[in-house]
Design a protein around this ligand. Sequence first.
Ligand SMILES: [Ca+2]
Ligand SMILES: [Ca+2]
Length: 131
Amino acid sequence: MFNCLFPFKAVDREKDPITYKIYSGDVNGNFALQQNSGHLVLDKPLDRESLDHYVLVITASDGRPDGTSTVIVNMVVTDVNDNDPVFNSSLPVNLTVTEEQDNAFIGQVMVRRFSAYFHKINPEAKTQLHL
Ligand SMILES: [Ca+2]
Ligand SMILES: [Ca+2]
């Protein structure tokens, strides 16, 4: 069973049966409007990183050719943390570091971390990690 986002309700003074429709704005087919109840539900999950704002035009008709009312709904998609961080794919994956540099920051940090760790469990390992 779908969760109802919002119940759109129109009133007809002759109490004619009302048919509800999404006229426009559902650009990716995410929404479904139950035509007899006017309940707006999600047919597919929304993705704020793809589209964060919808303007839906919803109609209610009593069946007469000119018996249609329209409502415009602005909908903002709020964020949840659903994406992992990704590295830039253009970053180089093979690095060459020249030995004997004293300003190669990345090399120094890595050697220090590994040295500290290995030195703790094996004092002799420190010398094996030097570039
Ligand atoms: Ca009517
Ligand atoms: Ca997100």
